[in-house]
Design a binder for this molecule. Structure first.
Ligand code: C6P
Length: 414
């Protein structure tokens, strides 16, 4: 994408909306580089949720009193806001779930259990997060379908020749991550959904690491389903989104049953309500929906292109600084348009957890572990990696602090 014409972000002003970033531990200000796990929440989002609790907290779709009406309108309009943000046709295509994981389970249980048969092929990628990998693996065990994985090459990119081999007429599902939470790779998801479509396979895209930091248009990607989480995009925990094409959602049975999702219930049977409520039984995440809509407003006001440009710039800087160290192995593609805003790495002779612990002594928050991509780490030949992941409020100076902390780790462990 062209970064030249984009006005740079006013990071100072943005940071003022995140009091948490001023916190200090042992006299050192926190450097938060664990944004792929959860991003921080700006004041306008916290204020929107606080306003809900202070002024119109009530259950939705159940009461005819004023408070319930206000809560219901806010909850419903949050669907509209998210639909507009991702280019969906309308609220019918936006289902609120608990998180990306639940969104993936909804598709796998509701569509997968009903439709998969022995001999069908479920095509995943070797860089899938456990949220889709484990889910489809288990549904395949239950239905007799086979799971195959599109290979990841030595630079952390998908082998698209292998994808074309696997996505043939036996393929029933293609489920792929948009941006890898471990390698940072931005996958050619529109190409994958087109291949799936050519062979009448269902396409499911995990957008947990994409929607927070780049413009995403589900119409352009043309996936049947697209999943993401509120807490990775400046929104609250406890809410995720499953986008689904309306005609598919109409045909599918619910994944969870209960109140709020039915049309008619008798002692013998039940029928289902309208979309999206058919997939949202029980009391939904109302305050969280209000917070998510506020997060979308906040992100759009900054501009998704500018956020993407800022993250790409930070990822490039971090990659180059770490690469210059000599004893650091970095996973995933070189900096460029197919690398998102995170860098996973290992320092020779230092375990990832020890490194993260030294980083914490410097008040630098990073994640160490397998990042819920165990099979990918097996393939990389390491049990764990350390990951620095960036967001709209991070700076080059924070990356310098991360790099400076490496020396301590070497002295202690290498
Ligand atoms: N990754 C991390 O990398 P939930 O926890 O349901 O909100 O999101 C699950 C999920 C699904 N797909 C991808 C690509 C993800 O990165 C994640 C969450 C976090 O630190 C936690 S493992």
């Amino acid at each position: 994408m062209s970064q030249q014409n984009l006005e740079p972000l006013d990071i100072g002003a943005i940071r003022e909306e995140f009091p948490i970033l001023e916190r200090e531990f042992d006299g050192q200000q926190v450097v938060y580089l664990d944004n792929a796990a959860t991003t921080q929440t700006p004041d306008p989002v916290v204020d929107a949720m606080s306003d809900y609790y202070r002024r119109y907290n009530s259950n939705v779709h159940r009461g005819i009193h004023h408070l319930s009406q206000e809560a219901s309108i806010a909850y419903e309009e949050a669907h509209d806001r998210v639909a507009e943000f991702i280019g969906a046709e309308g609220r019918e295509e936006v289902i609120f779930t608990k998180n990306t994981t639940e969104a993936e389970n909804l598709v796998a249980y509701s569509w997968g259990l009903a439709e998969l048969e022995p001999g069908d092929r479920v095509v995943l990628t070797e860089m899938e997060h456990h949220a889709s990998l484990v889910t489809w693996q288990q549904i395949a065990h239950q239905t007799g379908a086979d799971v195959e994985y599109i290979r990841v090459d030595e630079r952390g990119r998908l082998d698209m020749d292998h994808a074309r081999e696997l996505i043939d007429d036996d393929a029933a599902v293609v489920s792929a991550v948009h941006v890898s939470n471990t390698l940072g790779t931005v996958n050619p998801v529109a190409e994958l959904t087109a291949l799936a479509d050519e062979h009448d396979a269902l396409s499911v895209i995990d957008g947990a690491q994409a929607v927070p930091n780049r413009p995403v248009d589900v119409g352009e990607i043309d996936a049947d389903f697209y999943a993401f989480s509120g807490h990775k995009m400046a929104g609250p925990t406890g809410i995720g989104v499953l986008y689904g094409k309306q005609e598919l959602l109409e045909e599918m049975d619910p994944y969870l049953y209960g109140g709020g999702m039915i049309r008619k219930v008798t002692f013998d049977d039940s029928t289902w309500g309208e979309l999206p409520w058919k997939f949202e039984p029980g009391t939904p995440p109302i305050a969280e929906a209000v917070g998510l809509a506020a997060a979308v407003d906040w992100l759009e006001e900054i501009g998704m292109e500018r956020i993407q440009a800022h993250e790409e710039e930070l990822a490039r800087y971090a990659y180059e600084q770490l690469d210059a160290e000599g004893d650091v192995e970095i996973y995933g593609p070189e900096p460029g348009p197919d690398r998102g805003g995170l860098v996973s790495f290992n320092v020779e002779g230092v375990h990832a957890h020890d490194l993260a612990s030294i980083m914490n002594d410097h008040t630098v928050a990073v994640r160490a572990g397998d990042h819920c991509t165990q099979p990918l780490h097996d393939k990389l030949g390491v049990p764990a990696s350390t990951r620095a992941s960036f967001y709209v409020y991070n700076t080059r100076e924070e990356i310098d602090k991360l790099v400076a902390a490496l020396d301590d780790a070497r002295q202690l462990f290498a």
